[in-house]
Ligand binder design. Structure first.
Ligand code: C2E
Ligand code: MG
Ligand code: MG
Ligand code: MG
Length: 277
């Protein structure tokens, strides 16, 4: 009987689906409930990836990237940041990153007082009313120059309250800290954000850089975004540059800085220090 057969088939499909859902929810639950304890145990650490001036090829900044070694497994930030954001754990991670980063900036600046540090910040952290006080306390405690601190706003969640965010960002900028829009061209990072928020840097997402040599549309978009950014007083950083052909092309488009495996992967702190000695 066809109807019965169809019924059985979809029941089986549903149970396979259920099992996979169950597995992934179980994993999420394990990761979610381990975040706080792992921060306290020291299972999270920071890596540093150089951001380079495209005309001098000198390091101007390091981007701080969070790493989680969970038992024997390396959990990628794409997985745990998402979980932390969805389950109210992003402030635990964010405060850990901010403190560690600013402490390490003071050590980097002892070697080179002009080096900056670029720290990824979730929109959810900025919506926390203690964010500014926490940041200012750290700037004072570690006596770093505010303009050496850059916050990369990663718009992975929809901005609920743009007027509030705009006020917070203005207050942050008044301390001297600089603002970057990360992954520009993806998700919710749009031109409206540039209109509402006063930003210093635009980081063009790697997905526009990957095929920039072969795809004339990507090249035109990067060129147009660069010109527009310069006209509104923003510098442009290309993410994920991997080969010399991309770099040459980006130079001709007059972007300001780049970051990518062609120069360096994210490295441990002592290696970062040795790169600027
Ligand atoms: P992002 O902020 O756009 O960071 C750049 C990502 O691109 C990093 O991945 C970096 O390792 C990778 N990358 C850089 N150059 C290249 C390249 O040439 N080739 C390739 N294939 N990849 C390159 P990572 O470390 O896995 O981080 C992924 C994302 O996780 C970050 O994207 C950021 O959105 C988020 N994230 C990482 N650390 C933090 C953090 O401390 N706080 C927050 N809120 N988010 C973070
Ligand atoms: Mg970033
Ligand atoms: Mg990015
Ligand atoms: Mg990106």
């Amino acid at each position: 009987d066809v109807a019965m057969y169809e019924g059985k088939k979809s029941r089986n499909e549903i149970s396979v689906f259920d099992e996979r859902m169950h597995e992934s929810l179980k994993r999420e639950e394990v990761l979610r409930s381990s975040i706080k304890e792992c921060v306290e145990k020291g299972d999270f650490h920071l890596c540093y990836q150089p951001i380079v001036d495209i005309s001098t090829n000198e390091i101007t900044t390091f981007e701080v990237l969070l790493r989680w070694q969970f038992n024997d497994e390396f959990i990628p930030p794409s997985e745990f940041i998402d979980i932390a954001e969805r389950y109210g754990k992003i402030n635990i991670l964010g405060e850990f990153v901010l403190e560690q980063a600013i402490a390490s900036l003071s050590k980097l600046n002892a070697v080179n007082s002009n080096i900056g540090l670029s720290i990824n910040v979730s929109v959810l952290q900025l919506e926390n009313h203690n964010f500014l006080d926490f940041l200012v306390a750290l700037l004072n405690r570690y006596a770093v120059k505010p303009y050496n601190v850059h916050l990369e706003i990663t718009e992975t969640v929809m901005i609920k309250n743009l007027p509030y965010l705009s006020k917070v960002i203005t207050a942050i900028k008044n301390t001297g800290v600089r603002i970057s829009i990360d992954d520009f061209g993806t998700g919710f990072s749009s031109i409206s954000v540039l209109k509402e928020l006063s930003v210093d840097y635009i980081k063009i997402d790697k997905s526009y850089i990957d095929n920039i040599c072969e795809c004339s549309k990507d090249k035109s978009i990067v060129s147009a975004v660069t010109n527009m950014s310069h006209m509104i007083g923003c510098q442009v950083i290309a993410e994920g540059v991997e080969n010399p052909a991309q770099l040459t092309l980006l130079q001709s488009l007059e972007i300001d800085k780049y970051q990518g495996f062609i120069f360096s992967k994210p490295v441990r702190f002592d290696q970062a220090l040795s790169l600027i000695y």
